[in-house]
Design a protein around this ligand. Structure first.
Ligand code: HEM
Length: 393
């Protein structure tokens, strides 16, 4: 297998990883990425196939599992009970419980509230320059996920802090301080939810926490630790990526001078898919091989890891004509932004709904919206996300 070198914290790569992806993809399906010390899939075909290959999965093979360092214990405890880190049968049981609350009917029912929220946020935009990422792109998903779970909206700033500290563990610039901060956040988040769940047991509402508490009380289906880990996963995953899918989208729409016609009811769905294809917020997920397996022309041993490059797959010229160009009129074809296979994003319908509502309302209410400083991506690969989005209405 050919080898490739690319420091994921190198500034040029952080700002624009796509030229590296294009040259890697041209070399074949799989390349050995030295800095990550594992093979990496860059083509749409390889990423698509590996996501769906049941001989690979996210859960660490049991013989490789370690207790992990003591200073990370609170973070590892949450991970250990997360459905994202589980494989069947545990994954099937946990995912089924969550999916019950994510039916398309339940998600569509959120639309009027999301619309009202978008308008309220725009009503309070300051005069002059301001950070749209903070004032809008962040608020829509974080408040929506609080409402869906039934966590007080006043907690949103605190949830953002905990979540940022926890997901920093997946980023290439991770340091010892990142680990301590993630452990502290996990401990505080867990303590908050334990208290909150106790309060709510005697005060049921029509929300996801209440439904998960009922599942836990009914017996074997959800342990107390799984209940907490599921709430944390949903609260974190429920905004981290969506904030930046909206942010990257606003940036692209403004930079390309996309006309309002792309945000109308008949066109918004393909515009949203094109935003997710062209500049997705999450670029890499990994899998373990569970047996000796030949895949994409490479022999894997049990326990070997492979990286799946979503941002590279989404610009594969084998699937999309002129893939580097943002073209909201493209016919929709499945892209890898939400993953694929067993762990396909549970929140995809919600994220799409939020984008479908938030983008048109923003551009309709602020027809003269313009960027007042060039947006920059943050040095947090594999999160391909903006640091801020300074604009003027
Ligand atoms: C545009 C926004 C979003 C993007 C790009 C995104 C992307 C992803 C991806 C790529 C995965 C699969 C990871 C893997 O296979 O290793 C995933 C899983 C997941 N996402 Fe999302 N996500 C988004 C929004 C959301 C929202 C709004 C929620 C919750 C309300 C959510 C909840 C989850 C959960 C629970 C999983 C784990 C599913 C499982 O393991 O079965 N996501 N997401």
């Amino acid at each position: 297998m050919k080898r490739v070198r690319q420091d994921p914290t190198e500034p040029g790569f952080v700002q624009d990883p796509y030229p590296f992806y294009a040259s890697a993809r041209a070399e074949g399906d799989l390349l050995f990425w030295d800095e990550y010390d594992m093979p990496a899939a860059f083509t749409h075909e390889a990423v698509h196939a590996l996501f769906r290959d049941r001989r690979f999965g996210r859960e660490v093979p049991p013989e490789m599992a370690t207790e992990g360092p003591a200073h990370l214990a609170p973070w590892l405890a949450v991970e250990a009970h997360s459905l994202l880190e589980a494989e069947p049968p545990r994954h099937t049981r946990l995912r089924a419980l969550v999916l019950r609350a994510f039916t398309s009917r339940a998600i569509s029912a959120l639309a009027p509230d999301i619309e009202t929220l978008c308008h309220q946020l725009i009503d309070t935009f300051p005069e002059g320059q301001f950070d749209l990422l903070d004032a809008y792109c962040t608020q829509v998903p974080v408040i929506t996920i609080c409402r869906l779970l039934g966590v007080p909206e006043a907690m949103a700033p605190q949830l953002l802090d905990w979540s940022h500290a926890m997901v920093a563990m997946y980023q290439a610039n991770r340091t010892r301080e990142t680990e301590h901060a993630a452990a502290r956040a996990s401990e505080a988040f867990t303590a908050f939810l334990r208290d909150y769940v106790e309060q709510r047991r005697s005060d049921p509402h029509d929300d996801l926490i209440t439904r998960l508490i009922a599942a836990e009380e009914e017996g074997e289906r959800l342990s107390g630790d799984e209940l907490i880990a599921t709430c944390i996963l949903l609260l974190n995953a429920g905004h981290e990526a969506t904030v930046h899918a909206i942010g990257n989208g606003v940036k692209t729409l403004l930079e390309t001078g996309t006309k309002p016609g792309a945000l109308r009811p008949g066109t918004i769905d393909s515009t949203v898919e094109e935003i997710l294809r062209h500049d997705p917020p999450l670029h890499m997920f990994t899998r373990y091989a569970y047996e000796e397996v030949e895949a994409c022309g490479h022999a894997f041993w049990r326990g070997d890891q492979v990286a799946l490059l979503l941002g590279a797959a989404n610009r594969d010229p084998a699937i999309w004509t002129d893939p580097e160009t943002f073209d909201p009129t493209r016919p929709i074809q499945t892209n890898a932004a939400f993953g694929g296979g067993l762990h396909f994003c549970v929140g995809a319908p919600l994220a799409r709904l939020e984008m479908r509502i938030a983008l048109p309302i923003l551009f309709e209410r602020c027809p003269n919206l313009r960027l007042t400083e060039p947006p920059e991506y943050s040095n947090t690969y594999h999160f391909h996300v903006l640091t801020r989005l300074v604009a003027e209405r």
